[in-house]
Design a protein around this ligand. Structure first.
Ligand code: ADP
Ligand code: ASP
Ligand code: MG
Length: 440
């Protein structure tokens, strides 16, 4: 069994949906995970925002605009009048549901239901299109098997039990289609796996079904060795280890949801990144092994805040770091980077929502300084196998860039730098020269 996930651009038009149908209809057993058509989730977020702000007229306008865009897709995708009518009715049921919120109160629980509509529609479109083409497929409802627990972590046991039950109920079917991103929470309410979460859905399904491969199909031919949105000359990487891929995804390589690699790593399921725009390109294969060629890739994560706690003699007293970490735990804020000295400790966070509470608590232990507008530059590779001088080569590329923090040695495959976001482009471009020298 294989799991294939197609992102928003890959199902972004009638034409693209037809291409996906062609790619998946080869008779091999597979589960196909779809995102919403590109732009839809952003529009749904906007609709929810209008509803929160009680700008119900604007929400209603946006809902109708989206409804008519989907009608255009239906007319282009389906040729038989009968299927056009059935699918239009289905589209209407989703948009009438959304319109219902413009007449009623709106809370955070309803917001999740609004955001879920994109994936529900895209999967229905593909399923009915396959049907019109005479290709049998089974629509699996993610809300019947995908679930997160009270800590917002996937409930692996529930997912495995229910997914296998649904597959067994449809024995003999080879092609299963399901929604990425959406799930239920521990209270049974509609929830989601956070933006970009369809990749995560795919790896969770891969683990639950003990799949032999998870494929993430997107609009680029694999994980590139630098951020293609910032740097012109980037290249796809043929092979990455799970750890390298996880570091890149976590530190800004948008091609993968940050949580999507860990489940695959734990179950040792290869993950392949492929492009629907150039399906014959090899893409990137992510497996257990690293191929040990020095610097492999660079990624950048914006929106970081650095927090420095100056605590003099208290710092190296045992128990001090525990107290600091407990404050972050109390406010459920993960720490990304950490550096220490005799008199101070600096950490970074990407979630600033609880920062003022955290600051207040930390001030009990020393003077606290906060810098926002920071970016982590993450250099990934297999540094242990490389001859000496690697760190010096990398540092040299920061000759003209002020560095706020450096983290080296936490693992064998990552060196991270914290810099001002205004210096990001310069850093990525100057590190790219190093890549082209070292990376063949
Ligand atoms: P999808 O909608 O298919 O999930 P995403 O937009 O989430 O696609 O991810 C693909 C995009 O990720 C690419 O178009 C590219 O701009 C961006 N990206 C950022 N960093 C990288 C990288 N290192 N390698 C490849 N793509 C990257
Ligand atoms: N549709 C969701 C989003 O835009 C999930 C995904 O595309 O992975 O974030
Ligand atoms: Mg994505």
């Amino acid at each position: 069994m294989k799991v294939l996930k197609f992102g928003g651009t890959s199902v972004g038009s009638a034409d693209r949906i037809k291409k996906v149908a062609a790619l998946i209809s080869n008779g091999e057993a597979k589960v196909v995970v779809l995102s919403a058509m590109s732009g839809t989730t952003n529009s749904l977020v906007q609709i929810a925002n209008y509803l929160f702000e009680k700008k119900n007229d604007l929400a209603a306008q946006l809902i109708e605009g989206l409804r008519s865009q989907y009608f255009d897709v239906v007319m282009e995708l389906f040729t038989k009048e009968e299927s056009q009518e059935i699918v239009k009715e289905l589209i209407n049921s989703h948009f009438d549901f959304l319109q219902g919120f413009t007449q009623d109160s709106f809370t955070i629980h309803e917001e999740k239901a609004v955001l879920a509509q994109g994936e529900l529609i895209s999967t229905a479109l593909l399923h009915y299109y396959l049907k019109e083409q005479g290709i049998s497929s089974c629509l699996l409802r993610a809300l019947q098997f995908m679930r997160i627990d009270k800590d917002l972590e996937p409930d692996h046991f529930y997912i495995k039990e229910n997914l296998n039950r649904l597959l067994n109920e449809n024995e003999g079917e080879q092609l299963f289609i399901t929604q990425g991103f959406i799930c239920r929470n521990t209270y049974g309410e509609i929830d989601n796996l956070k933006r970009g979460g369809s990749d995560y859905t795919a790896s969770l399904i891969g683990v639950a079904l003990e799949a032999n491969e998870v494929q993430i199909w997107t609009d680029i031919d694999g994980m590139h060795n630098n951020d293609p949105r910032v740097v012109d000359e980037t290249n796809p990487i043929k092979q990455l280890s799970f750890d390298e891929a996880a570091e890149l995804a976590y530190f800004g390589a948008k091609i993968l949801h940050p949580s999507s690699i860990l489940p695959a790593k734990n179950a040792n399921i290869p993950v392949r990144l492929k492009s629907t725009l150039s399906p014959d390109s090899p893409g990137t294969l992510i497996t257990k092994e690293a191929d040990g060629r020095g610097v492999k890739a660079i990624a950048a994560k914006d929106g970081i805040s650095a927090i420095k706690i100056n605590s003099g003699r208290m710092l190296l007293a045992y128990g001090f770091l525990r107290k600091v970490f407990e404050i972050f735990e109390l406010y459920t804020t993960p720490i990304d980077m950490i550096t220490t000295s005799e008199v101070a400790v600096s950490v970074t966070v990407d979630d600033a929502t609880q920062l003022s509470n955290i600051q207040q608590e930390l001030e009990k232990y020393g003077a606290v300084e906060i810098d926002s507008g920071q970016t982590i530059i993450c250099v990934v590779g297999d540094f242990i196998k490389k001859e000496k001088g690697m760190a010096a080569d990398i540092l040299d590329k920061f000759r003209n860039i002020p560095i706020r923090m450096i983290s080296y040695g936490g693992s064998n495959h990552n060196i991270s730098f914290l810099i001002n976001t205004s210096d990001k482009e310069l850093a990525l471009k100057s590190l790219n020269e190093l890549l082209s020298l070292i990376h063949i």
